[in-house]
Design a protein around this ligand. Structure first.
Ligand code: NAI
Length: 214
């Protein structure tokens, strides 16, 4: 059977479903209806059913969904049923902050290595992980089954470093540098721009003010 292409809009909503289902699961709740999910998540029940129908529906409506099953299935779709091994390139403010955040590990994202081209940082440990020189990166990626690289370096450096990473066999790049990377189609890139989120917030503040001064 030919696999149906799922829209990126649906995919981008899955992590939020996953988070809410994790909470329900840890609260010991076994069943949830699309209406109950809709109430806690503030999305319509029909949106939830439509999203889930992309994956076969995950169980009958009316009777509700089995929380653990739904949680596991969405986790599998998101590739969270396996461990990902990450390295961070750029051990500055952002790179260190990400390395210090422990909760990624709960989802199976393990930070294995930190790399920087500033010799003053080499040997410095963040949560037990030593910052290494860039020259060690190739061997490290190959020896440690690294599949994801996190780029927290200046944008002027990011394109070249991304090309190196591709040659070393990386599968995905979590790119915080504000530049479009030039990588082959088989390499997955997720660009993160916190300022986009801030601009959206700013827009909503302006819109609210405008609506309320009418
Ligand atoms: P930072 O200056 O504190 O850290 C950058 C680190 O990269 C430094 O330790 C530097 O030695 C290292 N570096 C520079 N060139 C390198 C190379 N070729 N190879 C290896 N390491 C190299 O900067 P900060 O604040 O941590 O920001 C890092 C990057 O993330 C910047 O590009 C910044 O614009 C971006 N950023 C993106 C955000 C987002 O939402 N996407 C939010 C904040 C920062």
């Amino acid at each position: 059977m030919e696999e149906k292409e799922i829209s990126q809009a649906v995919i981008s909503r899955l992590p939020r479903y996953f988070r809410y289902l994790s909470e329900l699961k840890y609260a010991g709740i076994e069943r949830v209806s699309s209406q109950e999910l809709s109430d806690i998540m503030k999305v319509t029940a029909s949106q939830i059913r439509q999203d889930f129908n992309n994956f076969g529906g995950f169980g009958q409506q009316g009777y509700g969904y089995n929380v653990e099953f739904l949680h596991n299935e969405i986790g599998k779709i998101l590739g969270l049923d396996r461990t990902h091994h990450l390295i961070i390139i750029g051990a500055g403010n952002l790179g260190q902050a990400l390395a210090n955040y422990v909760n990624f590990e709960r989802r199976g994202f393990l930070f294995r290595g930190l790399f920087d081209n500033n010799p003053d940082l080499h040997g410095k440990k963040i949560r037990g992980i030593e910052v290494q020189p860039m020259e060690s990166m190739e061997m490290f990626v190959k020896d440690n089954d690294i599949d994801i690289a996190v780029l927290t370096i200046p944008k002027t450096e990011a394109v070249t470093v991304a090309e190196q990473l591709v040659n070393y066999g990386i599968k995905g790049i979590w790119n915080f540098a504000h530049v479009d990377l030039n990588v082959p189609e088989n390499i997955q890139v997720e660009n993160v721009h916190l300022s986009d989120s801030l601009m959206k917030l700013s827009y909503n503040i302006s819109r609210f003010e405008l609506d309320n001064t009418k």
